[in-house]
Design a protein around this ligand. Structure first.
Ligand code: FDM
Length: 215
């Protein structure tokens, strides 16, 4: 087998991403790893965690954006090793698209798409991205509102910015497609099957080489 495939699951807060990442990871097991961003266990991740959980911990919007991106850069070697050397698939919970969409939603002067994307240019690109959309309010789920960004009106803005980000980062040859899956009123198993339908052909396809895609 050539390299493993990089599958990314994106979505708004509490769209059921983490559950689905676990389901997909188990389905691909033992030939898979699951990862998430922010990766809070590193030193940079610790700062990000502090920022997200402690609303009085202040940091410029530019700084936290760059920290989220640095957090992805510090895990690139590991991602490459997992895909290319270990030939395992990666199922990822959040990545570049979250990085750009959440920062754009803050609508800070000068932090436009090009600025936000600049620091992520060159990162390993997923082979497929699945975006989970729930058209019903997700603000009544347990724990919602505990962390920064977990407010209904901000989440609506983030959704809008995700759409813009997907359009801007689409590849002409569709080498790294984004599949939008509506999870509204669907059970965990139903969503799992919908995800598998789009992911199975990607993980089943042989790569012509070990070459990775890049943003
Ligand atoms: N988030 C996540 C960002 O703002 N930028 C990023 O680059 C990433 C990866 O962090 F509100 C936001 C999205 C979310 C918060 O994510 C924590 P989890 O998935 O709830 O841990």
């Amino acid at each position: 087998m050539t390299r493993g495939k990089f599958i990314l699951i994106e979505g708004l807060d509490r769209a059921g991403k983490t559950t689905q990442v676990n389901r997909l990871y188990e389905r691909l097991s033992p030939n898979s790893e699951s990862m998430k961003f922010p990766e809070r266990s590193t030193q940079i991740g610790g700062l990000i965690n502090e920022y997200l959980t402690n609303k009085s911990f202040q940091m410029p919007d530019q700084t936290i954006h760059l920290l989220f991106s640095s957090n992805r850069w510090e895990r690139q070697e590991y991602i490459e090793k997992t895909l290319v050397t270990d030939k395992k698939h990666i199922v990822m919970d959040r990545y570049v698209y979250s990085g750009i969409a959440y920062s754009l939603a803050k609508e800070v002067d000068g932090m436009d798409f090009d600025w936000c994307f600049g620091c992520d240019k060159g990162l390993i690109r997923p082979d497929m991205t699945v975006f989970l959309v729930n058209s019903k309010s997700n603000d009544n789920r347990e724990g919602f509102g505990k962390e920064r960004y977990e407010q209904k009106c901000f989440q609506e803005k983030v959704h809008e910015k995700f759409d813009i980000t997907f359009q801007k980062l689409a590849t002409k040859d569709n080498t790294s497609p984004v599949q939008i899956i509506d999870v509204t009123d669907k059970s965990i198993t139903e969503v799992e099957e919908l995800i598998w339908k789009v992911v199975e052909p990607v993980v089943g396809a042989k790569s012509a080489s070990n070459q990775l895609l890049r943003f």
